[in-house]
Write a protein that binds this ligand. Structure first.
Ligand SMILES: [Zn+2]
Length: 83
């Protein structure tokens, strides 16, 4: 992630620990990923065993980690900078 915006030079991290709040957004994304994956497994793969749930949900969360990391910060920035 850039320290400053490439186009308008806005400094993203105004103070140390500015992005701790993004963890809550990331948590929301993670819960959504878990629920959607579990829903798909239950309804379209005829309710597999618990180990299949755990492995599949872990893999999906791992694959979507870059999305989760970046977009939780972006959404957090929009939430705290309303200007
Ligand atoms: Zn900008």
């Amino acid at each position: 992630m850039h320290a400053n915006c490439p186009s308008c030079n806005l400094r993203y991290e105004k103070e140390p620990g500015n992005f701790y709040g993004a963890m809550y957004v990331s948590y929301g994304f993670s819960v959504g990923i878990f629920l959607v994956t579990a829903f798909i497994l239950y309804h379209f793969f005829s309710d597999p065993t618990l180990s299949v749930y755990l492995i599949t949900i872990s893999l999906v969360a791992l694959v979507l980690f870059p999305f989760n990391f970046r977009y939780s910060r972006v959404i957090f920035l929009y939430l705290i900078w309303k200007s």
